[in-house]
Design a protein around this ligand. Structure first.
Ligand code: NAD
Ligand code: DAU
Length: 342
């Protein structure tokens, strides 16, 4: 199988590339990534020379490029996105351009191939809005109505609806996955876990939003990638539909923060309460029974505290990676690796 992966230089994408190359010797990948601030070629420096892997620098809104690359593949795994909620609150426009219009550009290319190419759309649980804190039994299912809160989640919801519409109207073979919060190596340190861990390593405080009672359902990134591979290989793309993916691992931000402080041997004085995020969703929780029942997937790498300890250790042991990201120096890599070689 030849996969066209979009956004493969980001956090989940780079973990997906590594997993596929490691676990599927007969698969190859083309990674289409425009390298925004969160796209980092260094995330894949170790596999750059693999003959089954090819990097193409480009935008998912570049119609000609997208048409050409989609025509060469058996399946598109679409992850390219603007992904950070706080950035979408500052400026929603890039989110609409990439997440909505970019998805439509890919869908048009897939549609033109009349059923030859599968489309796996990687989306988020945030499309469902949020859940109350006082009803722990209530979780998001695949039929929960969409009620996105932030410009980020609204743009992802719009992209999901486009996928559904193209599936319904043109019969493109497509599946949507809606996943909970991921953690693990190579996550951009604007997201809460790498931000808190790297701040603590630097001796800085951790900015906890609001009362810290907001809850997220944490899944290790490799479990997510394994789930995506399972969907790609086992789901019925002709019928379409959705799979929720989650870790069954709900933690409040306060509990998460205390766990990180404990692993790092720091006390509560390192918590800095700050003004809450605008429109901050209270709780996300995924009911992942459908993917387990129909496709046999369940998380195997997400159990706490082990998986969190392992993740903290990765950032402790890779200061060069996150220091270059935090300082912006990682952007020189493209220049050195590609531009100066021309
Ligand atoms: P990320 O920000 O780390 O990576 C996004 C990647 O997309 C970057 O490499 C970036 O350069 C690339 N990109 C952005 N705009 C592009 C464009 N116009 N053309 C080509 N490439 C472009 O994001 P992530 O956390 O790895 O998330 C990947 C996907 O998974 C997103 O679609 C996100 O909505 C979804 N998701 C993320 C999580 C999570 O917890 N991180 C959970 C559920 C779903
Ligand atoms: O649920 C899936 C989503 O998870 C993905 O679709 C998004 O791409 C991904 O960014 C993530 O969204 P969140 O907004 O949940 O992740 P973030 O790491 O930004 O924040 C997690 C929680 O931590 C959230 O309740 C806000 C809080 N937080 C975050 C930051 C950055 C803080 O308290 N302080 C912070 O500095």
């Amino acid at each position: 199988m030849h996969i066209l992966l979009t956004g493969g230089c980001g956090f989940i994408g780079s973990n997906f590339v590594r997993l596929v190359l490691r676990e599927r010797s007969d698969y190859s990948l083309t990674n289409l990534d425009v390298l925004t601030y969160s796209g980092n070629l260094e995330n894949l420096a170790d596999i750059e020379g693999d003959p089954r892997y090819r990097f193409v620098k480009g935008d998912i809104n570049d119609r000609d490029l997208v048409n050409r690359l989609v025509a060469e593949c058996d399946a598109v795994v679409h992850m390219a996105a603007e992904s950070h909620v706080d950035r979408s609150i500052m400026d929603g426009r890039p989110f609409v351009l990439t997440n909505v219009l970019g998805t439509q550009t890919l869908l048009d290319a897939v549609r033109a191939l009349r059923g030859k190419v599968k489309f796996l759309h990687v989306s988020t649980d945030e499309v469902y809005g949020d859940l109350p804190l006082d009803q722990p039994q209530v979780k998001f299912t695949e039929t929960t109505p969409y009620a996105p809160s932030s410009p980020y989640s609204a743009s992802k919801a719009a992209s999901d609806l486009l996928v559904r519409a193209y599936q319904h109207t043109f019969g493109i073979p497509a599946i949507i996955t809606n996943c909970s919060n991921n953690f693990g190596p190579y996550q951009f340190p604007e997201k809460v876990i790498p931000l808190f861990v790297t701040n603590l390593i630097e001796g800085k405080k951790v900015p906890l939003y609001g009362d810290g009672r907001n809850v997220r359902d944490w899944l290790h990134v490799e479990d997510h990638c394994e789930a995506l591979l399972t969907v790609l290989e086992k789901a019925d793309f002709t019928s379409g539909g959705t799979y929720n993916i989650g870790g069954n691992n709900e933690r409040s931000n306060l509990d998460l923060t205390h766990a990180i402080l404990k692993i790092m041997g720091k006390d509560e004085s390192f918590i800095e309460p700050v003004t809450d995020r605008l429109g901050h969703d209270r709780r996300y929780a995924i009911d992942a029974r459908k993917i387990e029942k129909e496709l046999g997937w369940r998380p195997t790498r997400s159990a706490w505290p082990g998986a969190l300890e392992q993740t903290v250790r990765w950032y402790v042991e890779h200061p060069d990676w996150w220091q270059r990201v935090k300082s912006g120096a990682y952007r020189d890599y493209y220049e050195q690796q590609y531009v100066k070689r021309r």
